[in-house]
Design a protein. Structure first.
Length: 78
């Protein structure tokens, strides 16, 4: 069964937006941040709003990231 946008996704995006607001209030313009959400789908629910610049990492992309990090760490360890 495919995943669909959920209330949990909306809540996670709200938390992420609050975190980005905190970051902006805490650090000056020389510091940058990219909001990232790990979620099974990259389609937002009708009540969800992502923070500006938000990246959503879905399952397949997370798997690819995990493999790339492992390969990098293995190469560094050799």
């Amino acid at each position: 069964m495919p995943f669909a946008p959920t209330e949990e996704q909306t809540a996670a995006l709200e938390q992420l937006a609050h975190s980005m607001n905190w970051f902006t209030d805490t650090y000056d313009a020389s510091c940058i941040a990219t909001p990232v959400l790990l979620h099974p789908v990259n389609t937002l629910g009708r009540n969800a709003t992502a923070p500006p610049g938000c990246r959503i990492v879905t399952g397949p992309k997370l798997t690819a990231l995990r493999e790339a990090v492992r390969a990098t760490i293995t190469a560094l360890a050799e």
